[in-house]
Design a protein around this ligand. Sequence first.
Ligand code: GRF
Length: 202
Amino acid sequence: MKKIRAAILISGRGSNMKALVEAARDPDYPIEIVLVVSNREDAAGLDHAKHRNIPTLAVENRRYCDRESHENAIHTALVARDVDLICLAGYMRILTPGFVDKWPGRILNIHPSLLPKYPGLNTHQRALDAGDKKHGCTVHIVTGDLDAGPAVLQKKVAVLDNDNAKSLAARVLEIEHRLYVRALAMVANDMVLQGDGRELRQ
Ligand code: GRF
């Protein structure tokens, strides 16, 4: 089976990355994770990827003089690995339009809200403050505008009367893992159908 080659970008804990890595161990999953990149070398998620023998790379932003040179270093590593698709999974840097334009329609992100509600940070507290009865998460295509690209899949959870930001975040995180695995498979299957992976185009 031809697989789409994906890289995952993280900054910390990496629980979504872990979910994708575990899903990709299934021979029938249409994705091969070929690289995990972190902008912090102490990101906990890197250890799990190493444990699964996935190549990892720390490209620490603090070692670069500007955003562009940091992104260029990441871009070079992705191209060297023949990456077809980039998955942001708790990657806490905003990508510049210059980087995004090099990967049109090929960057996915998971965001902990029902976009277009609550782009940016503190989504769970904002949902509680607004008195929302439903909250959730969205996998979307990354464009040059923050958390504003087209949604691939979205999943709701009920907000409970006794929820606080922590309990709500924990429930949303559980469904994030499943949603990202499904959304990535959908996008990858579509790319296979279109003959849109680098390997498939050769
Ligand atoms: C998740 O809530 C994700 O939606 C957001 O950042 C968090 C990352 O968590 N973009 P993890 O590193 O995947 O555990």
